[in-house]
Write a protein that binds this ligand. Structure first.
Ligand SMILES: [Zn+2]
Ligand SMILES: [Zn+2]
Ligand SMILES: [Zn+2]
Length: 564
């Protein structure tokens, strides 16, 4: 069962008060499938090419049409020039890609008895997007309008896990908890709530980009264009040139150096740097397994499960700014019932990588393999991946992806993982890999307690969801036999989408470090990172915004390193 929807909340809220973020965090304690986004690195004129080649899809999608008008022609932007080569035809796309908008249509709720509503706010209710205005309020920094609104992502409909309120759509909002409790219009008709305690809203971000005046010439700039994070501002025209915002890889961090070297072999220009953070985590075993298996679980895992959460950020220099383009969140178990595991929990990318002869998806696959290769060399024996693509419009790590970014559907993602692992095996970067069907062929997973359970990953979700389902279903007796029977469907459904990897390396694994982890209270955790981006309006919807957001992130990294 795919519980993509459970992850809800993270994706929506803009300009959030603290309570909203906390609220979302609470909700997010649940499911969290692995996500990969594929994309095309796009320069503006290539966006237009794409439009030409996808006319049918364009016709089908009002949203996409809307985007077209938003995206047109900031080729004049000072900040957005000099994009590198396009990587439109990437490897993942070869495996039956699904356009974001198309998937969005498929995933809309279909159970409503009411006639379909015409969704989307009228133009007048949506603030001006990021586009040139030609009006008198245009600023010279980018030739865009002075008042540009920020973007927004999906909101989660509280009535149904899989239901999303997309950008520009109307929805109902709880007056008591406006950020935490939202219901789509379709679900609201039948929702069991006090309807007078709800109010109608449109899913847009009302916050506009701020401006700042040069203290010498008085010219107004968008703070984003000025990459402004300080008190005073002197524009590049007055101070004689632009600063650079380059993040170096920390030479003392072994894995960062290893990954950066691998990445830089894949790009022609635009140096790639890497920053990673590790946090020690521990969960009680009780939370991992259903009631029936508590005793077995305690015997197998002990009373707690300890692991290291690792967050890895990749940046590439574009126009003298290290721009974030790929991120990986992993869990590293030094001893999980006697085995060592590296689990890639989340991947996310934005299409701002440039200057490579390889397709972006090829670069990502090499980076994933490089991670497993490195961990194998450090003595880890097993790796794990779960192919579970995002619901279009959801943000897992980077806040607000460009609307043109393409997603792989589940089958394409499975193929992509399969082929990258195949390639890794051939190249000797990993020793071997199997999908769930192959891994369970020898009866290894005869009992639920034998399943490989990682924190908030596939099998924990499946087991707990099965328990929840049985508890509400009064027609089937709640016992172990029925529980295991109902899992058989999941075994079939999940036969191909999760992978078990044997890592290479003969070194003995050092015990879980007790201290000196390289933690970061914001960047060390995917959710706090996303919340920070939301709170600061650090978006990745355009290169211009990705540059500013990246400079903000680099500020956090440099502050943590004691640099400024
Ligand atoms: Zn500007
Ligand atoms: Zn709904
Ligand atoms: Zn000036």
């Amino acid at each position: 069962m795919c519980r993509t929807g459970m992850r809800s909340s993270t994706e929506r809220k803009k300009r959030v008060s603290k309570s909203r973020i906390q609220c979302q965090k609470d909700k997010r304690q649940k499911a969290r499938p692995i996500v990969v986004r594929d994309e095309v690195a796009v320069v503006r004129d290539e966006v237009d090419n794409e439009k030409n080649t996808n006319k049918v899809q364009l016709k089908q999608s009002r949203k996409r049409q809307r985007r077209e008008s938003e995206e047109k022609s900031p080729t004049v932007s000072l900040m957005d020039t000099k994009r590198g080569s396009s990587e439109k035809e990437n490897g993942i796309m070869a495996h039956a890609p699904v356009l974001k908008e198309k998937t969005a249509k498929q995933s809309e709720p279909s159970s409503s008895k009411n006639p379909p509503r015409i969704k989307g706010a009228s133009k007048s209710t949506v603030p001006p997007p990021e586009r040139p205005s030609g009006s008198t309020t245009m600023l010279s920094c980018c030739m865009l309008d002075k008042n540009i609104s920020y973007g927004t992502s999906n909101r989660h409909c509280k009535e149904k896990d899989t239901c999303r309120i997309r950008k520009g759509e109307e929805y109902m909002c709880s007056k008591a908890k406006p950020e935490a409790e939202n219901i789509c219009l379709d679900c609201f008709d039948t929702a069991d709530v006090y309807k007078d305690k709800w109010t109608k809203k449109v899913n847009i971000n009302n916050k506009r980009e701020e401006t700042i005046d040069c203290s010498e010439c008085g010219d107004s700039w968008h703070k984003l264009c000025a990459l402004h994070f300080e008190e005073s501002f002197v524009c590049p025209n007055c101070c004689g040139g632009e600063r650079d915002w380059i993040l170096e890889t920390d030479p003392n961090c072994e894995i960062d150096v290893f990954l950066a070297e691998k990445a830089n072999k894949l790009v022609n220009e635009g140096n790639v740097s890497v920053a990673s953070f590790t946090t020690k985590k521990s969960v009680t075993t009780r939370t991992l397994m259903p009631d029936f298996y508590q005793k077995d679980a305690k015997k197998k895992y002990g009373s707690t499960v300890d692991y290291v959460a690792r967050a890895i950020y990749f940046f590439q220099i574009v126009d003298n700014i290290s721009v974030a383009f790929f991120t990986m969140f992993a869990q590293e178990y030094h001893n999980l019932a006697g085995k060592s595991w590296c689990v890639i929990d989340y991947l996310d990318s934005v299409p701002w990588m440039t200057s490579t002869s390889k397709k972006p998806s090829r670069v990502y696959s090499q980076l994933i393999l490089a991670y497993f290769e490195h961990m194998g060399k450090k003595g880890f024996k097993h790796g794990h991946l779960w192919a579970n693509p995002p619901c279009p419009g959801d943000d897992y790590a980077f806040n607000v992806h460009p609307e043109f970014q393409k997603y792989l559907d589940r089958n394409a993602l499975i193929c992509w993982y399969q082929s990258l692992l195949e390639e890794g095996r051939k190249a000797g970067l990993i020793s071997n890999f199997r999908n769930f069907r192959e891994e369970s062929a020898d009866g290894k997973f005869n009992k639920p307690i034998d399943l490989p359970v990682f924190v908030k990953s596939l099998w924990q979700e499946v087991l707990l969801a099965t328990q929840d389902k049985m508890l509400v279903n009064k027609e089937v007796a709640y016992n172990k036999i029925n529980f295991e029977k109902s899992l058989e469907e999941d075994y079939k459904e999940r036969a191909e989408d999760n992978f078990y990897i044997d890592l290479c390396g003969s070194q003995r694994l050092k015990p879980l470090p007790t201290q000196n982890l390289n933690s970061h209270e914001i960047l060390g955790d995917r959710e706090t990172f996303l919340d920070k981006c939301i709170a600061e309006n650090w978006e990745f919807s355009s290169l211009r915004r990705a540059k500013y957001s990246s400079v903000g992130i680099i500020g956090l990294i440099k502050a943590a390193r004691g640099q400024q």
